[in-house]
Design a protein around this ligand. Structure first.
Ligand code: BMP
Length: 218
């Protein structure tokens, strides 16, 4: 509905549930990661799934057997998708995709990361990871909104095969409509929404910015 995923990196259960409810009209999914799950427990996934599909951002990055065990727990907990790292290689990714398909769920692969350090080691292998993710049959990729030109390059490599979700909007400096124009399907937004005085208003404004497009013309 709005090409937006909420990154819910708060550590309080009540706050998490309230924000998810308040912004549910403007977001297509909620991304839950270590900050919230370590603070409140894995049960938060099922509680939040009342408001939106849940993407479990555990950046899974281990040997195939361990990845398999982790993904089973993630999907048993009620997540609709899991985010895994790509740099661990094809066999580790295959293990995640195998479990996801048993549950009828999806895998997103991080090809490169949005922070400045993401350009140090990951960026040079980002395209190879994107290609591998497409060949392995992943559902989507995580690619940086802070570098729309990288999203454009990756989109060119993978064609329409994969869904690109893109973090780095707002607090990290990226602009939602720019990265959507570069080829991302969804933006991931955390602090700009959950730290706002009114998360609902902040989410509505970003949705409107996406709708208007990079030049405010759409
Ligand atoms: P924020 O909008 O507050 O910067 O949050 C971005 C979210 O996306 C965080 O949960 C972060 O862990 C995640 N993320 C990211 O910022 N860059 C990446 O390359 C990959 C991520 O998962």
């Amino acid at each position: 509905k709005s090409c937006m995923i909420l990154a819910l990196d708060v550590s309080d259960r009540e706050e998490a549930l309230k924000i998810a409810e308040d912004v549910s009209e403007f977001v297509d999914a909620v991304k839950v990661g270590y900050p919230l799950v370590l603070a409140t427990g894995l049960g938060i996934i099922r509680e939040l799934s009342e408001f939106a599909p849940i993407i479990a951002d555990f950046k899974v990055a281990d040997i195939p057997n361990t990845n398999h065990l982790i993904c089973e727990q993630v999907f048993e907990a009620g997540a609709d998708a899991v985010i895994v790292q790509g740099f661990t290689g094809r066999d580790s990714l295959d293990a995640c995709i195998e479990v996801a398909s048993e549950y009828g769920k999806d895998v997103f692969v991080v090809s490169e990361m949005s922070h400045p350090g993401g350009a140090e080691f990951l960026q040079p292998v980002g395209e190879a990871i994107a290609r591998m993710a497409a060949q392995a049959g992943a559902f989507g990729l995580v690619a940086p909104a802070t570098r729309p030109e990288r999203v454009k390059a990756i989109r060119k490599i993978i064609g329409d095969k994969l869904t690109i979700i893109s973090p780095g909007v707002g607090a990290q400096g990226g602009k939602a409509s720019d990265v959507i124009a570069a080829g991302a399907d969804w933006v991931i937004v955390g602090r700009s929404i959950y730290r706002a005085d009114s998360p609902r208003k902040a989410a509505r404004e970003i949705a409107a910015e996406i709708e208007a497009g990079p030049n405010g013309e759409n």
